[in-house]
Every structure is written in C-alpha cells, then in structure tokens.
Ligand binder design. Sequence first.
Ligand code: NAX
Length: 330
Amino acid sequence: MKDPITVSITGAAGQIGYALLFRIASGALFGPDQPVNLRLIEIEPGLKPLQGVVMELDDCAFPLLREVVPTADLNEGFRGTNWALLVGSVPRKAGMERGDLLGINGKIFTGQGQAIAKNAAADVRTLVVGNPCNTNALICAANADGIPKDRFFAMTRLDENRAKSQLAKKSGIHHSQVTNLCIWGNHSPTMYPDFTNTLIGGKPATEVITDRAWLEGEFLTTVQKRGAAIIEARGLSSAASAANAAIDTVVSLVNPTPAGDWHSVAVYSDGSYYGMPAGIMTSMPIRTVTNGTWEVVEGVPVSEFSQGKIDITVKELLEEREFVKDLIPA
Ligand code: NAX
C-alpha cells in the first residue's frame, strides 16, 4: 500500500467543502489506489458543523481514507500537508466595497501562507479557491517564505468548464470534444474565456460556430456572469461545480496534459509570458509536464479582440494588488 498523501482544506464545513471532501476521500484526486489523510481547517464557529461532517466521513468508511484531523489551529491544519486547498474566506456582504473584501480576506491569507511555509511537506502545492482567489493566492505565496512561487495556484477551472459547456450546447457537440480553451486573467467577471483558439471536435470553434456576434457577446457574458445566475436560481452560490473544478485543477496538475491541449489555472507571472506584468497571479494556458512540473504554453495567438479583453482583466489584477500592497512583503 502507498504512503498516504495529506490534503489540507480550509473552510471545510462550508458548502464547497461539503461537496469536496467526500470526493477526495473516495479517490477523485489521486486515483483508486492512493490513500489520503484529510486535515480540515475551520474558524472556531465552524468547528461544530465540521464535527458533523467528520461524523459523516466516518460513516462512509472510505477504504482510502486514513487520518482525519479537524482543527482551528493553522499549524496543526497544515502539518505535513502535500496539497493545501484554501477554500475558506469571508463572503462579500451588502455595503462592502471590493477593497474592504480584499483587505479582510487578504489578512486570512498572510497567516495561512506563513503556516504553510512553517508546517507543510517539502513538496507542498497550494490551490486557492476562496475569493478574490487570484489576489489571495498572491498574498499567500508572498508570505510563504522559502516555498517557490510556482507551487501556488488560483482556480479559474470553473470558468473554463463553464465556457466549454456553453460552446458544446451551442454547437451540439459533446463538451468532451471542446479543447484548448484558456481563461485569461482574473477569476472575476472580467476574466476572458478565449474562444479564438478553442477547438471543437478538432476544428476551430470559430468555424464550427459561425455566429461571431454570439461568441463575442452572449457567450462571454454568460460565462462571466454564470456565478450570479446560479445564485439567482439556486439561492446559493455554486458549490458542487466549484468543488468539481478544484478536483479537475489538481488532477490536471498531477497528470501530464494531453499533447497539444492546455488547461487554465492562475499562476505567478514573472513577466516573461504574453506581456503579463510580473508579480500578479493570472490565468494563462498551462501544460503539466510531470507531476510537479508545469509550463506556460507559449505561442498561443492573441488577437486584437483578445488583447483588449486581457488588458481589462490584467488592469483589475493590478488594482487588486495595489489594494493589498501592505500584505505583500517586498
Ligand atoms: P461558505 O460560506 O459555505 O463556506 C466558507 C467556509 O469557510 C465557512 O465554513 C467558514 O466558516 C470558513 N472560513 C471562513 N474564514 C475562514 C478561515 N480564516 N479559515 C478557515 N475557514 C474559514 O462558502 P463556499 O460556498 O464554500 O465558498 C468558499 C469560497 O469559494 C468563497 O470565497 C467563494 O467566493 C469562493 N468561490 C470561488 C470560486 C472559484 O471559481 N475560484 C467559485 C465558487 C465560489 O464562489
């Protein structure tokens, strides 16, 4: 039997947590022969509901699940962890400005970055889901002394999956046939789902769907506003699809990417790709080479239309960084 992989999850008693833990425990991240330990992190008021979730995990008797540690202590929560999934954060409330939210949540990620650096396994990788996830990931990486920046990620996979599903519906071709779809920039309504390089059944999406006005209009806004549409319909924000996207992200980062394709995840920009400024976490086309090594896919054509959209989302990332500059050590 293999040694277990330890996964830490913050916000474990929240709705994404509830959709995520049981899939991880049943082998969705690392496969059917890989045992896992779960370290479940909550704030004090979340510990009681978390206790109930742990009871349910017990009651599943998952063959792959080894140790489960519920805790509000960050040192204990990140001890020996191989994958930190940072889901917990404070939701935006009425009357709260974007800057307020960035400030409140930003502070969470300074402490978590420090605790990861102090306690995690040498190979730790961190995926931030809690919003605003790109900038939270930037703060976390900046405060995790000694951990290379290329081990931090922020989730834009839900946007990629949403975009693929919309293109599949419009074209009548199954979503498994939609490839090469990159989300550029921020996980926010400014993100840009790049249909110009997407393939549907191996053909350019722009040849399969000839309604350019739909691609540049309704398609983009549907994907960008999908989160709000789900809240409107369900009365709650996306949870199962967000958990699924977190799983897809990790699976895509531990397994080599199929030849010619790429996947979307926000990574730390060092300024060398696609004119992205250095020092932001921005979504780009990523290819996993081996478990632990990934690269930005170079040479993806960026049309004038695409560049205009990328500029908007990058501007927003720079503004977010400015809001939280006090939380980013030089
Ligand atoms: P919930 O409010 O259901 O759960 C959040 C949980 O986090 C709560 O149990 C809370 O007690 C806990 N928490 C708060 N602060 C914490 C801290 N400092 N340490 C540990 N736990 C803490 O929210 P949920 O629907 O699960 O969403 C979680 C986050 O994911 C939100 O920030 C949300 O905006 C974000 N999302 C990100 C998405 C993405 O694509 N990147 C999509 C889905 C989702 O909107």
